[in-house]
Write a protein that binds this ligand. Structure first.
Ligand code: GLU
Length: 468
């Protein structure tokens, strides 16, 4: 039988990291098994569902290049089908209308709590009750009263829940809308889903859903519940811990392949391997090695992985994303700017494309000043002579390229008989603003001769100004 998985987000906000990981696992598993992966938008909560959220979710998948084989399906386009299945349950005496008012239900709940019993619906309407005027009923499923539900979760192993723990689930709301547990079962059944992979916040729903499958005579899918993603403090990952929206990672200059690589390892392992191409993920992913404990989100590790992908990329692959980051910093480079050269220069020292753009600022914007610590240490009167000597050599160069620039600096070192750093450091600070730039000769080659000379002049003036 063909393997079919699905990802079923509720469009009540952006796609978050946890959802993206679930979708990735569903997708990888289907790919590996030569099966299909279905995208279904669970939009029956009409107050909270928005088109904007649907778009945000689709944008995220687009960016991550996580396509789907079927869909997106929308639950609101399947309302007739839920009604039909509800009718089937009523006709088979497996569901009943419940007229209990909110006040009655509240009173029952309080009574149960007072008696130290688990609050659950007591079945008043299950045993027959005349319609109550003015009350729009809900439809409840007749949960079995005996036995237990047992299933083998691919991550959590065997789970057994006694039926007397489960009450009669509401499957249609007063307005006729299906509840999550009902719609999800009808859909997974109709869409021939073989593997339901989702967050373990749904693990308590699964026994209820299994009873519904049985009542509908449908074959049970296999379930895999994924442990929550936690922040470093051990609490469920939330905005407090930093970015949780997938598109925020796009904005912050991460590469989609790197984020997928990070996500595949977030709760799953394959020995101690950290870096996986998409092909390798597809080949190696399994549920057996998904951990049961929560997975801790570690931004340092994500940054490291992203840095690896940035280093490994061809500069041409990064140019357009890098330019977007420059635009965010109000930098518009001339059309003929040798962008690939700049990217290549910055690749080894940038963990994100945002960082790359920040590292590139001095190429495009006038220096806002010098790094204070570096300047205090290196821009002293003793730096004037080397700066002047370098300036003279630079001004005389007719071929403004890394090699002659490098030669000019070493000539000054030899002529003044001082250490390389005594020449290179002040030069670097006055031209780039600090000490963290890429190789000086290549940097200056790209910065241009006129701009380099002007910055050295400003640097000399700065040091001379200190003297007086
Ligand atoms: N719409 C549900 C959610 O976003 C889907 C749960 C499921 O996969 O069954 O949590």
């Amino acid at each position: 039988m063909a393997i079919r998985t699905r990802f079923a987000p509720s469009p009540t906000g952006y796609l978050h990291i946890g959802g993206a990981r679930t979708a990735l696992y569903c997708w990888l598993f289907a790919q590996q098994k030569g099966g299909q992966y279905v995208l279904r938008i669970e939009d029956t909560d009409q107050e909270r569902s928005t088109q904007e959220s649907v778009d945000a979710i689709l944008d995220s998948f687009n960016w991550l290049k996580l396509g789907w084989d079927e869909g997106p399906f929308y639950q609101t386009q399947r309302l007739d089908r839920y009604q039909a299945v509800a009718k089937q349950l009523i006709d088979n005496d497996l569901a009943y209308w419940c007229y209990c008012s909110k006040e009655e239900l509240d009173a029952k709940r309080e009574a149960a709590m007072a008696a130290k019993q688990k609050p659950r619906y007591d079945g008043t309407c299950r045993h027959g009750r005349e319609p109550v005027e003015g009350i729009k009923p809900v439809l409840r499923f007749k949960n079995p009263t005996e036995g237990s539900v047992v299933f083998e979760d691919l991550v959590y192993g065997r789970i057994e829940v006694s039926n007397d723990e489960l009450d009669d689930l509401v499957i249609l709301r007063p307005d006729g809308m299906p509840t999550y547990n009902f719609a999800v079962v009808v859909d997974d059944m109709d869409m021939n889903i073989t593997h339901v992979v989702r967050g373990d916040d749904h693990i308590n729903n699964t026994p209820r859903q299994i009873n519904l499958y049985k009542a509908l005579g449908a074959e049970l899918p296999t379930f895999a519940h994924l442990p929550m993603i936690l922040g470093k403090d051990g609490k469920r990952l939330s905005k407090r811990h930093g970015a949780v929206s997938v598109m925020q990672y796009f904005d912050d200059g991460y590469l989609p392949e790197a984020l997928l690589n990070y996500l595949v390892r977030l709760g799953w392992s394959h020995g101690d391997q950290e870096l996986f191409s998409v092909e390798e993920m597809i080949e190696k992913f399994d549920f057996k090695h998904v951990g049961r404990g929560g997975a801790t989100f570690d931004t340092d590790k994500l940054n490291w992985i992203n840095g690896q992908y940035i280093k490994a990329a061809a500069p041409s692959q990064l140019v357009s994303l890098f330019k977007q980051q420059l635009v965010k910093r109000d930098i518009s480079a001339p059309d003929d700017y040798p962008m690939e050269v700049l990217v290549e220069l910055l690749q080894p020292r940038s963990l994100t494309l945002a960082e790359m753009a920040s590292n590139a600022e001095f190429f495009f914007k006038p220096l806002a000043g010098y790094d204070e610590k570096a300047a205090n240490k290196n821009l002293k009167p003793a730096a004037i002579a080397p700066l002047q000597a370098v300036r003279a050599k630079f001004a005389a160069l007719s071929n403004w390229q890394a090699e002659p620039i490098h030669t000019a600096i070493t000539e000054v070192v030899d002529e003044l008989e001082i250490g390389f750093g005594k020449v290179a450091l002040p030069t670097r600070i006055v031209t780039t603003g600090g000490t963290a730039s890429p190789e000086l000769d290549q940097t200056l080659a790209l910065l241009g001769q006129a701009e380099t000379l002007a910055r050295i002049d400003a640097g000399i003036a700065y040091v001379e100004g200190l003297e007086s």
